[in-house]
Ligand binder design. Structure first.
Ligand code: ASP
Ligand code: MG
Length: 596
């Protein structure tokens, strides 16, 4: 019998009428011949209210007690939902995380799932009951109640869908689906019919906010199709699956992270291990860092810049002060009024001119770009906060995100995997074994690309339009640019580095020299052969340690880092070409335990 997981968020359960409406959806699914597992969040804003109650008593509630408190919200929901179904004349059974057997580690308020048992759910399903599972919660090895982090019911739903081999996982919420950007910021945002896991991972972390990132990680790992739907309107919604909405589309979404802060460590000795010192001190405080960029000066000193969420700035600065002292750096600067605007799309990995189009549009709207980083499927720029929303609108318009892309299939595709492939084997021990490592870091690939060269234009005036001009000229020369990094400027000037195929280096250097002469910047330096090392997998950002592990492995081998880029699904570093093979070996050894 097919099995459906249906998850209802707080707004879909805000009162008894809504609970009954959700109950009817589950009953309808059962009548259509499915076994049904419901996963429910706390009603309305109950979790926020509980947090507030705790705060009235203390600023530092013990984490264990916080979980004891917060888990009650979902317990109310499961019981009421079971009553609602019973009142409609159908059979249901509510279960807490512990009753299902959702085992987690002991990291209260942010626990990670270790394993899930399926027997009790299966038995109830086989008896014809609708199973109602409390989202967001689990139990550790000492029987303490744990929670999975705010928004964690999504993760519960996808994890249950994965272990049960569900045919579909429907996420009922108060929005119609996934949008090209946040419709509250840009009313012209378009709901997409389909989005790929990779795009969704980038979008979720970049602020699309529709779903908990970790739930997408699970779905990707188990190829579980997710269907986001509005509880209150009969709209098809969005499928989150392996493939994007339209194959040739370069950009499929844009995001704004409004409250970012920039930190620059000045005059860091440019030697192996310097970044490691900075970022390991920050990671020790469990802060995730983004947009790491270094600006190598002539005097073998680098300015290292990066961004963090603004709320993390005070703690970050403590770590930075220590690191700067230890490294003998000149000091550091910060700016807490910056925002990050990004465009995301699987298609950009194979198309030219995407970055240049973005930079040109921003220039025409007088937006100054403070920093740039790119990865295979994302281009991010840092701008001052007052330019954040206008910049988002600009990029949304230039990539025509308000229009359905040509080539989008009329109905969303399901995953390529057949149901039997998706369904974990019936052997209970095999399922558990597969789940044990479920939340562990999974590195799927470590690769070396040594086909590229690097060009750096120093002292580019930090003014609107410069990046656009540079990449237009390079694109006119027919050169495919891969990684782009613009450092945070000093004295109104920034360094712009990018990688190109080795065969195109001479031409790229010549064009850059012409540009440098025209724009009054320079010198232009280059490295004829660089090695780009990529560690890709799932959970790169939520496992703050990945970049650190990479930096550590390379520093131990005395390999200096030229360029760095981090994203949700990949960390890239560029080093001198001669060091490529050794760097690859070192990374393979460093991640030997995490390769799955
Ligand atoms: N009730 C929890 C929260 O508000 C979990 C969830 O809704 O997903 O964060
Ligand atoms: Mg929620």
């Amino acid at each position: 019998m097919p099995l459906i997981v249906q998850k209802f968020g707080g707004t879909s359960l805000a009162d008894s009428t809504k609970i009954l409406a959700a109950a009817r959806k589950a009953i309808r699914a059962q009548q259509n011949g499915n076994q049904v597992v419901m996963v429910v969040s706390a009603m309305g804003h109950n979790t926020d209210m509980l947090v507030e109650l705790a705060r009235e008593l203390t600023d530092h509630p013990p984490a264990r007690e916080m979980d004891m408190l917060l888990s009650t919200g979902e317990q109310v929901s499961v019981a009421l939902m079971a009553m609602a179904i019973d009142s409609l004349g159908y059979q249901a059974i509510s279960m807490t995380g512990a009753q299902i057997g959702i085992k987690t580690d002991s990291t209260h308020t942010k626990a990670r799932i270790h394993s899930i048992s399926t027997e009790r759910m299966r038995k109830a399903l086989d008896e014809g009951k609708i199973v109602i599972a409390a989202g967001f919660q689990g139990i550790d090895e000492h029987h303490n109640i744990t929670t999975l982090g705010r928004g964690g019911s999504d993760t519960t739903a996808v994890a249950l869908a994965a272990v049960l081999g569900a045919d579909s996982c429907e996420i009922y919420t108060d929005v119609d689906g996934v949008y090209t950007t946040d419709p509250r910021v840009l009313p012209e945002a378009r709901m997409v019919k389909q989005v790929s896991y990779d795009e969704m991972l980038e979008l979720a972390s970049l602020g699309a906010g529709v779903m908990h990132s970790r739930s997408i990680e699970f779905a990707k790992k188990f190829s579980a199709p997710i269907h986001v739907r509005n509880s209150f309107a009969d709209i098809p919604g969005t499928m989150i699956v392996t493939d994007p909405e339209a194959p040739g589309q370069a950009v499929s979404g844009a995001t704004l992270v409004k409250n970012e802060a920039r930190v620059t460590v000045l005059g860091v000795p440019d030697r192996p291990g310097a970044s490691l010192t900075i970022f390991s001190k920050i990671a020790a405080k469990n802060i995730s860092v983004d947009m790491i960029v270094q600006n190598i000066g002539a005097d073998a000193k680098a300015d290292v810049s990066f961004t963090v969420f603004r709320d993390d700035l005070p703690a970050t600065l403590q770590a930075v002060a220590e690191a700067a002292e230890e490294l003998g750096a000149e000091g550091f600067t910060q700016d807490e009024n910056v925002s990050k605007v990004s465009v995301v799309g699987l298609g950009m990995a194979t198309q030219t001119g995407v970055a240049q189009k973005m930079f040109r549009a921003l220039a025409e709207n007088n937006v100054n770009i403070l920093m740039i980083t790119t990865s295979e499927i994302k281009i991010s720029v840092l701008v001052s906060r007052d330019q954040g929303a206008p910049a988002l609108r600009t990029v949304h318009r230039v990539f025509e995100l308000d229009k359905e892309p040509p080539g989008a299939s009329p109905s969303p595709r399901k995953n390529a995997l057949s149901r039997s492939e998706r369904r974990p084997s019936g052997d209970a021990t095999a399922v558990v074994a597969r789940l044990q490592g479920m939340e562990d870091l999974a590195v799927s690939d470590i690769s070396l690309d040594d086909s590229q060269a690097r060009v750096t234009i120093a002292n580019v005036p930090d003014a609107p339009g410069l990046a656009a001009q540079v990449f237009e000229q390079i694109a006119e020369g027919g050169i495919l640019v891969d990684m782009i990094v613009q450092s945070f400027g000093r004295d109104g000037r920034a360094n712009l580095s990018f990688t190109v195929p080795q065969t195109a280096l001479d031409k790229a250097v010549k064009l850059s020299q012409e540009l440098a002469a025209n724009l009054g910047c320079g010198p232009v330096t280059s490295c004829p052969r660089v090695a780009k090392l990529s560690v890709s997998g799932i959970g790169m950002r939520s496992h703050t340690g990945v970049a650190i592990r990479m930096f550590q492995a390379l520093a131990d081998a005395g390999i200096n880092l030229d360029m760095i880029n981090t994203s949700e699904v990949r960390v890239n570093v560029v080093v001198d070409g001669a060091a490529g093979p050794e760097a690859l070996d070192r990374l393979q050894a460093a991640f030997a335990d995490a390769q799955g």
